[in-house]
Write a protein that binds this ligand. Structure first.
Ligand SMILES: NC(=O)c1ccc[n+]([C@@H]2O[C@H](COP(=O)([O-])OP(=O)(O)OC[C@H]3O[C@@H](n4cnc5c(N)ncnc54)[C@H](OP(=O)(O)O)[C@@H]3O)[C@@H](O)[C@H]2O)c1
Length: 330
């Protein structure tokens, strides 16, 4: 059936967006990929070179900051995968300009495009575990989909990534309200930090984190210990699974691993013996108390994680090797 179906992917040029486009093209969906600048070869070449792209892929210009910008791309689509987000706000410091508006107005603008189109059967939104896990009082056992991050807490604490978390949480809440009021079948997926190979000719936030033990980037390294992680392939397959599954409903955490930086560093030091990978981290707890993110709801729907048995070192190494193949790392 997939070969007759048309879907739209926003933020198609990015890490997750391009991997998702690849998966959809492999299943012979017709994919309308939105990007802000279709004429920018660096942003779109990796999409145009994908298998089946010549027959099944089209590029559409759209921007989250422009109302109605997505109307044309969405019109006639059966599904919309909304992946785009201004990721740079993750690095926003304590005094940075509040960029929540772009994220919130962007998703609402796309949902209005879906309402106008009248062809969209399901809207799949790439949220994040960040809309769940930023709690004043973390749960004792696990994070589940019924929890919401505390936006006031983000503004008070201004922890690393606070504006991104606040923006994504506010946007998701607004989206649920719009979906309920306007009868949109929305499913949200909440990946943890995404590791694994990539198609883009440049790195992005989570890729930088995945390679941080290799590159010794302190900005990325500091978030690594205890962070939940998932393979990009599993994330993108879960997007498609949730789009296709008739009983998918509500929010779905998608996470399979948790980083122990000591174990990950040890594994990488064996794989790259010439690299002198740092394996001791002063001040870091060797066995931090980690509250896991539960993907039970997703697995209960029948989804299987293909990469869950790989160790963290392997996930990081896949990202490192992807960088090396592209000449981004030696
Ligand atoms: N990577 C992770 O670890 C992770 C984890 C959980 C959730 N997520 C979510 O996954 C999604 C994709 O993340 P990613 O890691 O793939 O990020 P990415 O590589 O930075 O991609 C983000 C995409 O958003 C697009 N974008 C940014 N600002 C835009 C705007 N104003 N209008 C239209 N498009 C805009 C960019 O497209 P152009 O510049 O080409 O227009 C870019 O391709 C995000 O929603 C993020 O919250 C990511």
């Amino acid at each position: 059936m997939a070969e007759t179906r048309t879907v739209c992917v926003t933020g198609a040029s990015g890490y997750i967006g391009s991997w998702l486009v690849k998966g959809l093209l492999e299943r012979r969906y017709h994919v309308r990929a939105t990007v802000r600048d279709p004429g920018n070869g660096k942003k779109v070449k990796h999409l145009l070179e994908l298998p089946n792209a010549s027959t099944h892929l089209s590029l559409w210009k759209a921007d989250l900051t422009e109302e109605s910008s997505y109307d044309d791309a969405v019109q006639g689509c059966e599904g919309v995968f909304h992946v785009a987000t201004p990721m740079e706000i993750i690095y926003q410091g304590q005094d940075g300009k509040d960029e929540t508006e772009t994220t919130v107005n962007g998703i609402l603008s796309i949902m209005r495009s879906c309402s106008k189109a009248k062809t969209v059967k399901r809207f799949v939104y790439t949220s994040t575990i960040g809309t769940i896990t930023m709690q004043r009082q973390p749960p004792l056992h696990e994070y589940t989909e019924d929890l919401w991050s505390d936006v006031d807490f983000c503004y008070e604490q201004k922890m690393f990534g606070w504006m991104y978390i606040a923006a994504k949480t506010t946007a998701e809440k607004a989206a649920w309200e719009y979906a309920t009021e306007n009868g949109i079948d929305m499913v949200t997926i909440h990946p943890s930090l995404v590791f694994g190979p990539f198609l883009t000719p440049y790195t992005s936030f989570s890729i930088d984190a995945a390679i941080s033990l290799y590159t010794t980037s302190s900005v990325s390294l500091k978030i690594m210990n205890g962070v939940p992680v998932v393979h990009v392939d599993d994330v993108c397959n879960a997007h498609i699974y949730l789009f296709e599954h008739p009983e998918a409903k509500g929010r779905y955490i998608c996470s399979s691993h948790t980083v122990n930086i000591f174990e990950t560093a040890h594994s990488l030091s064996l794989k790259y013996p010439d690299r002198n990978i740092q394996t001791e981290f002063e001040g870091l707890d060797k066995s931090p108390k980690i509250v896991p993110c539960s993907s039970k709801k997703l697995m209960d729907l029948g989804f299987e994680f293909a990469h869950k048995n790989k160790d963290m070192g392997e996930l990081c190494a896949e990202t490192i090797e992807s960088c090396r193949e592209k000449g981004l790392l030696r």
